[in-house]
Design a protein around this ligand. Structure first.
Ligand SMILES: [Zn+2]
Ligand SMILES: [Zn+2]
Length: 239
């Protein structure tokens, strides 16, 4: 019955690839054609054993930044390099409000084995939006991504543990140290009891310099989290 319904849906509303827009070979639950699928760049070892930066060869080890103990999270992992078609999926979700992108991202997360890329956490905390941005967007993409990437752990997701209490300039408009300064004091904890002594998995869409997840991890650790790991769907590679 399900097959019939999906078949009928494909016939009545032919789905388009979210990467290139073409219709051929695209199914409603995975809106990527085969050529866009071939552009996906999954991240795998060798990686920085802390921040997850990829290396061209060798074993996992600490990168230069992590040797200086720069981050408050114990580890950060991402599924894909931030480029097409993953960038289109994430931007379509975040700014276009296209929740259909979530189905595709959740299939990709399953294929990319998101649950084995991280340590099983006691609780999951999506990086929060400021309430004004939440009101205008209508949803927090980090919360939706946490549920889509970790369906088995949905009941571990906390939405009142961490808040963003200052509207910040979008991080994409800043670089380097300005990103960290922009975020200083931007977050505060809510229900501390819900994560005190627990292992936390922070979830966000994109890891760029790591300053957002660093700032959140620092605040959660100071408030009593046992350890904080970070997961993002994608990671920007520096050139
Ligand atoms: Zn395509
Ligand atoms: Zn590193």
């Amino acid at each position: 019955m399900r097959v019939l319904t999906d078949g009928l849906k494909d016939l009545l509303f032919p789905p388009r690839c979210h990467g290139c827009g073409q219709q051929k070979g695209v199914r409603h639950n995975l809106l990527l054609c085969s050529s866009c699928r071939s552009l996906l760049s999954p991240l795998s070892s060798p990686l920085c054993s802390c921040c997850g930066a990829p290396f061209p060869s060798g074993e996992d080890h600490l990168c230069g930044i992590c040797l200086r103990d720069s981050f408050a999270f114990t580890r950060a992992r991402s599924l894909f390099v931030y480029k097409e078609p993953v960038s289109s999926l994430l931007l379509g979700l975040k700014f276009g409000g296209d929740l259909g992108m979530l189905d595709t991202l959740s299939v990709l997360a399953r294929q990319g084995k998101a649950e084995s890329a991280v340590q099983a956490p006691d609780v999951i905390i999506p990086v929060p939006l400021h309430k004004k941005r939440l009101q205008s967007r209508g949803f927090n993409q980090a919360l939706l991504l946490a549920a889509a990437c970790f369906p088995k752990w949905q009941d571990r997701i906390l939405t009142s543990a961490l808040f963003r209490h200052q509207p910040t300039v979008p991080q994409t408009e800043l670089s380097g140290m300005a990103r960290r300064q922009n975020l200083r004091g931007a977050f505060r904890t809510g229900d501390v009891e819900s994560f005190a002594g627990q292992s936390v998995l922070l979830v966000d869409d994109v890891f760029t310099t790591g300053s957002t997840v660093h700032e959140c991890a620092q605040i959660l650790t100071r408030a009593g989290a046992r350890c904080v790991e970070a997961f993002t769907v994608a990671r920007v590679l520096e050139h």
